[in-house]
Design a protein around this ligand. Structure first.
Ligand code: B12
Ligand code: SF4
Length: 589
């Protein structure tokens, strides 16, 4: 096809199939709704009717039945829905050969001819921002004259010149305020998370990131009036989680503080949104913490996250993140401690330059602070990230690893070794991290280490001992570790990292066995200390529904508010790990 051929009854369908988190949370299809909002503004919708936006994954055959002679179907393509999109799109093309199939979104590669050749059912792929380009397609402009696309002539793929960044985002209306979501049916039993934008772009160029590079380097703002109205919309429409898609929230001091105030005011008025999440400005500083604290004080803050990715200077250089200073992090930690806030620190496993030793050194350094929740993710080679160009340079080896447990599986290319870390060492990194995280972030040894560290013991040595013990002993911890290792050896990172079933036994049903394991561990490595006191630190502070609270142990009275509406103990600990949900509070005499 050379252009989108108009006729009298154009029927447009858009799709943006979401991830579903913890079987409960689903994201509204903001990106495709933004395309439609622009089209409406450009008054090109009279001939084109938006029949439906799909965002909830159902069996493909059910979805197909919902299309009525489509003339254009647009797919928002991400790493978590590409295979699903491909199957659906190819079936639509088979059934309705004249329907124009358009792909957009970050998983559309800039190049990679084999990707295109495997998808001959696609007519047009849109690169980068989609609003203007999509409107041009709808206006029946010839494909050869539209910038920023790769189109299928039937014989070959032709890539046009890159499109320009959208300078004035005010020309793009809000899909929320235009009422595009008003007609969407809320899938049963699911909680809606809505994505909003305050600005677009990121000044940094991290090589593992899809945004890294020059294309999105300038931050363009969206006007405050629109943002305020959207926040009001979210309140009125009982939106649970308000997710802001910007890369550096807090970077515009005055403006971002005004946004925080508006969020708080709206939550007071409607009791919604209930939670706010975003990527905070990378150069964390006291101002950013103060913004997060404002939200924390009214329980609106989902997490205060600091994305270190790595603390190793070679790695930071390799991934072009040296200009991104995590300013005065110790000051930030002290402040969060004063405010009784936790920090979620994100690290990436497998970045070029990382070694087994540098990983353990840096992770241990972070664990000297007991209010950090440290999360580690495998490094994924994204289609448009710069890192994919360095595969040979760093001798990167990767595996195609399954993401969520979806009926049609989706895969990510995850790094399993580089020139500085062998695959055996990488396995050890993950095993060591599983044990350290069980202790620190999931709380089994958090209080014990705090006590020992204050007496001068080394945190790194503690967690090296902890790892050796878990890997080689014969108690409950070793049994769970061995069981979970099966997910690691089958590269099921999703389960290995994000599921916590083992906690049901470790913290609750077989807690006595954990107490025995802890005793043996401490007697082996810390026999000069009072072992009972140390073991009791775990038993006192680590919540279990099996005990009645308040309870007194070692003359300390502790309490806990329980699991609320969450029924499963391991889900409760996992979901609340960011805020140390396992921790009992001290009742002052
Ligand atoms: C919200 C979000 C999420 C949500 C999920 C949202 C959902 N709907 O399900 C959560 C937090 C769960 C999430 C998780 C992950 N995410 Co995420 N996430 C984002 C984020 C922050 C915002 C997306 C957004 O709405 N942006 C705003 C809109 C306007 O931009 P956009 O989506 O790119 O859309 C524009 C264009 O792409 C284009 N376009 C999009 N669709 C279409 C369709 C058509 C037809 C056309 C013409 C054009 C078009 O036009 C749009 C408007 O200009 C982005 C980063 C970012 N700021 O974009 C990362 C991002 C999408 N995530 C990314 C990744 C890698 C992940 C994870 C895999 C991370 C990880 N390692 O665990 C996980 C997935 C885990 C899993 N198990 O599957 C990558 C995706 C790369 C890729 N190739 O798909 C991104 C780009 C981050 C990055 N910097 O690299 N994520
Ligand atoms: S990882 Fe974050 S800071 Fe780095 S380029 Fe991507 S969005 Fe920007």
């Amino acid at each position: 096809m050379e252009y989108y051929k108009p006729n009298d009854g154009n029927k447009i369908y858009l799709t943006q199939f979401s991830i579903i988190i913890e079987d409960q949370f689903i994201y509204l299809p903001y990106s495709v709704a933004s395309l439609w909002a622009s089209a409406e503004k450009n008054k090109i919708v009279s001939r084109n009717e938006l029949k439906h936006i799909f965002f909830y994954r159902e069996p493909i055959d059910n979805i197909i039945k919902k299309f009525d002679n489509p003339t254009l179907v647009g797919f928002s393509n991400y790493i978590w829905n590409e295979n699903y999109n491909d199957i659906l799109a190819s079936k639509i093309k088979e059934k309705y050969p004249n329907c124009l199939i358009v792909y957009g979104g970050p998983q559309v590669p800039d190049d990679q001819i084999e990707w295109y050749n495997n998808r001959k059912f696609i007519d047009v792929c849109v690169h980068q921002e989609g609003e203007i380009t999509f409107s041009q397609i709808l206006k029946n402009k010839k494909f050869k004259d539209i910038d920023g696309i790769t189109y299928n002539t039937g014989k070959e793929w032709i890539k046009t010149s890159p499109s320009k960044r959208i300078k004035n985002l005010d020309n793009i209306p809000s899909p929320y305020l235009l009422g595009i979501f008003d007609k969407l049916v809320r899938p049963k039993n699911l909680t809606l998370n809505a994505i909003f934008e305050f600005d677009r772009g990121c000044p940094y160029q991290c090589t593992f990131c899809d945004w890294g590079g020059t294309i999105f380097s300038k931050i363009e703002k969206i006007n405050l009036d629109r943002i305020y109205k959207e926040i009001e919309w979210a309140g009125k429409n009982k939106i649970d989680m308000f997710y802001s898609a910007n890369a550096n929230f807090g970077i515009f001091k005055k403006r971002d503080e005004d946004i925080v105030n508006k969020l708080i005011e709206t939550n007071k008025k409607y009791s919604y949104p209930k939670s706010f999440d975003t990527s905070w400005a990378k150069n964390s500083n006291k101002f950013i913490v103060s913004l997060a604290k404002k939200l924390h004080d009214v329980s609106l803050l989902r997490k205060y996250g600091v994305s270190f990715q790595s603390l190793n200077s070679t790695v930071l250089q390799n991934i072009k993140r040296t200009n991104l200073k995590i300013n005065d992090f110790s000051g930030v930690i002290e402040l969060t401690k004063q405010y009784q806030m936790n920090i979620m620190v994100e690290l990436i496993v497998g970045l070029p330059g990382e070694t087994l030793n540098s990983w353990i050194d840096n992770y241990s350094k972070l664990m000297e602070n007991d209010n950090l929740c440290i999360e580690s993710y495998p490094c994924t080679l994204l289609n448009n990230s710069e890192l994919t160009k360095f595969i040979n340079k760093y001798n990167i080896k990767y595996k195609k690893v399954k993401l969520e447990n979806t009926e049609i599986p989706e895969y990510a290319k995850q790094i399993v070794s580089t020139d500085t870390i062998t695959s055996n060492e990488m396995t050890k990194v993950w095993q060591w991290t599983w044990c350290a995280r069980l202790g620190h972030t999931l709380g089994i040894t958090n209080e014990i280490v705090k006590f020992l560290f204050n007496k001068g013991y080394s945190v790194k040595e503690f967690y090296n001992n902890w790892f050796d013990f878990i890997a080689n002993s014969k108690g409950i911890l070793n049994k769970k570790f061995n069981k979970w290792n099966v997910h690691l050896t089958s590269y099921n990172f999703q389960k290995y990292i994000f599921e916590y079933d083992y906690l049901n036994d470790i913290g609750r049903y077989k807690r006595n066995e954990t107490l025995i394991d802890l005793k043996v561990f401490l007697e082996t490595y810390y026999k000069q200390e009072n072992i009972d006191i140390l073991v009791n630190l775990f038993d006192a502070y680590h919540y279990t529904p099996e005990y009645n609270y308040p309870r007194t142990i070692n003359n300390i009275t502790v309490t806990h508010h329980g699991m609320g509406s969450i029924k499963n103990y391991s889900s409760f600990i996992g979901l609340n790990r960011k805020n140390k949900g396992w921790q009992c509070g001290i009742v002052l005499p």
